[in-house]
Structures are given as C-alpha cells and as structure tokens.
Design a protein around this ligand. Structure first.
Ligand SMILES: Nc1ncnc2c1ncn2[C@@H]1O[C@H](COP(=O)(O)OP(=O)(O)OP(=O)(O)O)[C@@H](O)[C@H]1O
Length: 315
C-alpha cells in the first residue's frame, strides 16, 4: 500500500505549491494512474514516493514505513522505477540492464542470469535474441519492455512509472499497455503510473486520480470517473467521447440480458461493447448472441443504456 496524507510540496521560487495537501491511498496490489493537465503535480507526486523530491509537509507511507524515516538508497532499491524512453544504460547490454538491481543487491551470478531470462520471457522478449543487444538496437516498444523487466527484476512490491509508454508509437502502445497491465495485475504489484494518455489511464488503472493545480479533483475507478465526473473540469478532461471510452471498458458479458436469439451473429462474452457496436453496425443488426451462453443476448438498447450513463449529469 502507498498512502499520501496531507502531502504538500512547493519548489523554491514558486508562488504556488506543486502538490497541495494531497490525500490518496493506493491499496496493495492495485494500480493508480495519475492524470491531469501539464504542470498539475503528477510527476512531483510520483517522485516524492522514492524521495527524488522531498515533501515539505504531510506523510507518505509505503507498506508500514514512513518514507522520510528511511534511508533513500534502501528505499529506492525496494521500488521499481520506469521512465519514458531514456532510463536504460546505453553502453550495457539488455541483460546487464535488467540485472542492475539484483547485481547491486549482491545476488549470486547464477541467480541473476536465471532472473534475467525469466524477466525477458515475462515481458515477451526472447532471451536468446535480445539478451546481448544494446538498447540502441531495440525498437521503442522493446526498450520499454526492457525498462519494465529491469524495474521488476528484484521483485519490488512497488512500481512507479512516469510516462512509461510515451515514446512508443501508437500502434505498439496499445498492445504494450494491455500486456504490461495484465502482468502487473498478475504479480499483484502496487503501482503508480503518470500519463498524459487518457486511454492508457482507463486501460491500466484500477483507479484514476485526476489532479489540477496540485490538488486531487477525483480518484475513482475508470468506469466511475467516466460515468460520474466530479465536476465540469473532470468531465471536460476525460473528454467528450467518454461514452465511447465507457463502451471500451464494459464487456459483452456485463451488458448482456437473459433471452435467446438463435438467428443472430455471435459475439465473445469478453469482447468490449465498442466491438459489439461495430459488429452490429457492420451487420445492420440490433441483437447479438453471446458465444457459449445460449440464454443471453446483447441488444443495441443495452449498449445505448451503458453509453447514456456516461452522458449524465453534465452533458
Ligand atoms: N525541480 C523543480 N524546481 C522547480 N519547479 C519545479 C520542479 N519540478 C517541477 N516543478 C514545477 O512544479 C509544478 C508541477 O510539476 P510536475 O512535473 O509535477 O507536473 P506534471 O503534472 O507532472 O507535468 P507534466 O504533465 O507537464 O509532466 C510545475 O509548475 C513545475 O514547473
């Protein structure tokens, strides 16, 4: 668990605090994504957790420990850190990069080698192909995978990610977000991600924390923040197309109703409603049969109802 209690930070020479009385709890094993306009204090919030920035007041705890009472070096060794683009050591091989923290921790050579293989496998990079490459010989997406492998190598309970996929092209990004998100969930890491990409926030966050001018505006589950933005600013920030975003987050299984439609085309139960809608539009159909469940149907009406929730109360 990571907890911020009344945390503030003002940089010398600034009139306004970068972070202003922040209260936020990230339960163990969950991912919280920080979003908000440029300069609203997201990175400062993240960097206070590993004391790259020191708070002026308030308390930050990781697990049971007050970070201000810990040795910063020891604190950082227990926290994986993934940065946009840069961050890999350019003159070291992929394997050496991934081995950085285990090496610092003095693990035996054999254990490090095994761990490097396991981490590369985990992030979808074939160890035989990539182990000895330098970062310059990797694509942006592959580099970010190595960054994640490196951050996870010593199995830290906490992971901080600052714009982790910002340097990756949009096509590779979606896949990377889905894959890395699934890995983090499976490993039950407690994660804070800073991003400008709202789709990334909605896809990867168990909760999304929206900040403005150093203050927390709203922290809620993605579907909740889309359905019930706290105020006009939140509504504007999550975007006019939030009905569509909500359809991307809701599965067919969640919206299907009892009924039969043997004549209708089939759709997978775990498909997002956005895909179901495309399918209906392509076929000119208003009903789809749920694959593997002959007693349930998805109707256009049900999709409309899910989208409509996202349009109230501020539209
Ligand atoms: N080291 C620093 N010294 C002085 N001011 C700083 C420093 N770091 C950040 N700031 C200021 O603190 C405020 C918050 O910055 P921060 O980087 O946390 O915002 P952000 O939400 O992450 O922004 P972005 O989305 O642009 O990365 C900004 O006004 C920024 O200029």
């Amino acid at each position: 668990m990571i907890r911020f209690e009344g945390v503030s930070k003002r940089f010398p020479g600034s009139a306004d605090p970068a972070v202003d009385r922040l209260d936020l709890t990230i339960p163990e094993g969950t991912t919280c994504v920080l979003i908000g306009p440029s300069g609203c204090g997201k990175s400062t919030t993240l960097r206070m957790v590993n004391r790259l920035v020191e708070p002026d007041s308030g308390r930050i705890t990781v697990g049971d420990a007050d970070v201000m009472a810990m040795d910063p070096i020891a604190l950082r060794r227990g926290i994986g850190y993934v940065l946009q683009g840069i961050g890999l050591f350019p003159h070291r091989s992929v394997a050496q990069n991934v081995a950085t923290v285990p090496h610092l921790l003095g693990w035996p050579r054999r254990r490090i080698a095994e761990r490097v293989e396991a981490m590369l496998d985990l992030v979808g990079l074939d160890p035989a192909t990539f182990r000895d490459r330098r970062p310059e010989a990797l694509s942006g997406g592959q580099r970010q995978r190595v960054g994640v492998a490196r951050a996870l190598a010593a199995d830290p309970p906490v992971l901080l990610m600052d714009e982790p996929f910002g340097a990756v092209d949009p096509v590779a990004r979606g896949r990377l977000q889905a894959e890395i998100g699934a890995i983090l969930r499976r490993l039950s890491k407690t994660v804070i991600i800073v991003t400008h990409d709202i789709d990334e926030a909605m896809l990867m966050g168990d909760r999304v924390a929206l900040m403005r001018a150093g203050r927390l505006v709203q922290a809620d589950a993605p579907a909740e923040i889309l359905a019930r933005p706290a105020d006009a600013f939140a509504a504007a920030f999550v975007g006019q197309d939030r009905a569509l975003r909500r359809l991307a987050l809701t599965t067919v299984a969640e919206a299907a109703e009892p009924g039969t439609a043997p004549e209708a085309a089939e759709i997978a139960a775990d498909a997002p409603l956005r895909d179901a809608l495309s399918e209906m539009l392509a076929r000119g159909a208003t009903r789809l049969r749920v694959a593997g469940d002959p007693d349930r149907v998805l109707t256009l009406e049900a999709i409309r109802a899910v989208a409509a929730v996202a349009r109230t109360p501020s539209d």
